[in-house]
Design a protein around this ligand. Sequence first.
Ligand code: DAH
Length: 339
Amino acid sequence: MIAKIKQLLEEVETLKAANAEELEALRIKYLSKKGAINDLMADFRNVTADQKKEVGMRLNELKTKAQERINILKESFENQDNTSYDLDLTRSAYPINLGSRHPLSIVKNEIIDIFGRLGFSIAEGPEIEDDWHVFSALNFAEDHPARDMQDTFFIESHPDVLLRTHTSSVQSRVMEVTQPPIRIICPGRVYRNEAISYRAHCFFHQVEALYIDKDVSFTDLKQVLLLFAREMFGAETKIRLRPSYFPFTEPSAEMDISCNICGGKGCPFCKHTGWVEILGCGMVDPNVLESNGIDSKVYSGYALGMGIERITNLKYQVKDLRMFSENDTRFLKEFEAAN
Ligand code: DAH
C-alpha cells in the first residue's frame, strides 16, 4: 500500500492540464468520491494495526498534495481567463486628450512670428526688477506718478526692488550690454497695483519691440506698424497714429487700427468711432540711449509696446479679462481649433 501511495504522490506532484476540462478530469481521477485517493482510503481499514500510523500519515500527505496541486492549476486557469476577457489587444487605443495652448500664448507666438520675419529676435528680462531698469534708465522723472505705490508693487523692506510694470525694462537690460544694431522683441508678464475687474488685472502681458541702428527714422516705424497690423488683423486693416507722450520716446504716438469687429463702420466695441487703440510707440528718446551707453549722435531707434490681452480681445472678443487667468477648461477648449 505504501508503494501505491508513493507512486500516486509522484504522479500528483507533476500533474499538468492544458485547459479547465482536463483539470476537472484530473480532479475526478484523484480527488472525487470514486477517485484513486478515496479508493486507498477505503483500503485503509485493511491495513495492519502496526502500519496504520505511517500509512495514515502518508495518505493524508497525498490528499493534501493532490488538493494543493489541483488548486495551483485552477488558479493559473482563472488568471488566464481574466486576462483573455479584460485585455483585447485588437482594440484601438484610447484617444489621449492633449492640452491646447492658452489664447495668450497663441497670440504671443503670432506676434513673435510676425516680428521674427522682420528680423527681430527674442530678448527676455526679469519680472522682479529694480527702479533703474523700469523707470530711471527710461527717462522717467523722479516724481513720475508710475512710481507711486498705487501703480507699482514695491517690496516694502526694499524700495528699490519692484515688480516690473512694463516690458520696456528689457530695452534697458539689452542696451546696457549690446551695441547697435539692436532688433529685439520682448514678450513677458507685467504687474500693476490695480483692482481686479473684467477690464483690469494686477498682472497682464506685453510685447515690446526695439530697433536701434544708424539712420532709423519714424518712416521705418510706421512701415513696420502697418505690416504688423495687416499680418495680425488682415490685409484690409488700416492704421492711424495719434500724438501721445511716453517718457522714453520722443516723438511718441499711439496707434489705432480700424475696428476689426465692425470693419470700421462703428460698433459698441470701438465706441462707434470705427477705430481701436492697440499700442504705444515712438522714437527712442536720446536721453534713453545715453543713459544706457549708446551714442545718440550716431544712433537712433524706435520702440513700441502692446498688451497681449488687448490684441487677444480684438482677435477673439474675450469680454472679461479674468477669463485669461482662471484656467476654466471650458474657456480654454474654445481655442483648441486655433492651436
Ligand atoms: N511701456 C508702455 C506701457 O506699458 C508701452 C509702450 C509705449 C512701449 C510706447 C514702448 C513705447 O516701447 O514706445 O504702457
